[in-house]
Design a protein around this ligand. Structure first.
Ligand code: HEC
Length: 121
C-alpha cells in the first residue's frame, strides 16, 4: 500500500517537472504564469529596487539607473539572462554583483518582458 502511494506521488512530481521544463524550454515565449511573474518582481524589488524603477510606473531612486520597463529600448531583454546567471553586468560599476539561479532568471526575464514599454514585438 505504502509503496503504491509513493509511486503515485513520484509520477505526479515527474509530471510537474515536465510541465515546468516545457515552459523553460521556450525562452522566446512570454511567461504568463502569474506566480512566476510575482517571483521575478519580488527578486527585482529586493535586489535592484534600491536604484531601479521595478514597476510599470515611477522613477528610479538612483539617478542614471534606467527604469526596468524601458530596458527593451536599448537591450534585448532576453540577452540579460546570461548576465544575470553569470553575475556579470557590463557598464555597471556602481552595482553590487548578483548571481541568480536559472529558475530565478526565468522569473526575472518573464517579469521584465511583461512590463516593457512599448511592448516587446
Ligand atoms: C546600487 C544601485 C544599483 C543596483 C542595486 C542595481 N543597479 Fe542596475 N544600474 C545602476 C546604475 C547607476 C545603472 C546605469 C549605469 C550605467 O549606465 O553605467 C544601472 C544600469 C543597469 C542596466 C543597464 C545595463 C547597463 O550596463 O547599463 C541593467 C540591465 C541593470 N542595471 C540591471 C540591474 C539589475 C537586474 C539589478 C538587480 C539584480 C540592478 N541593476 C541593481 C544601479 C544599480
Amino acid at each position: 500500500m505504502r509503496a503504491h502511494s509513493l509511486r503515485r506521488a513520484s509520477s505526479l512530481a515527474a509530471g510537474v517537472m515536465v510541465v515546468a521544463a516545457s515552459v523553460w524550454a521556450e525562452p522566446g515565449q512570454a511567461v504568463d504564469d502569474a506566480a512566476m511573474l510575482r517571483q521575478g518582481q519580488t527578486l527585482l524589488r529586493r535586489d535592484c529596487g534600491g536604484c531601479h524603477a521595478v514597476e510599470r510606473r515611477g522613477e528610479s531612486p538612483r539617478a542614471g539607473a534606467p527604469a526596468f520597463r524601458d530596458l527593451s529600448r536599448r537591450y534585448d531583454v532576453d540577452s540579460l539572462g546570461e548576465a544575470l546567471a553569470e553575475g556579470l553586468m557590463t557598464g555597471h560599476p556602481e552595482m553590487p554583483e548578483f548571481r541568480f539561479r536559472p529558475d530565478e532568471v526565468d522569473a526575472i526575464l518573464g517579469y521584465l518582458r511583461s512590463i516593457q514599454t512599448p511592448p516587446r514585438r
